[in-house]
Design a protein. Sequence first.
Length: 80
Amino acid sequence: MPRGVVVAHRETTFKEIAGLFHLHGVSAVPVVDERHRPVGLVSEADLVRKESASWTRTTQSPAGSTRAGATSRRPSSPKV
């Protein structure tokens, strides 16, 4: 039986997208607009980069130096 394509919308949160990955056993989903036209793609790698950037920001001190074990290089945020 054919299965429908799993998609995300611009307002879908990264947490919801991670849930889609888990629920449907996929590693990427297309992002569609309100008319279901594709406008992008979100992959597991995008979620990892976003989490990595979030972790890096939370481990930096106010002066901009990093705590032990943290990297000072900030990965770019995924573009959706």
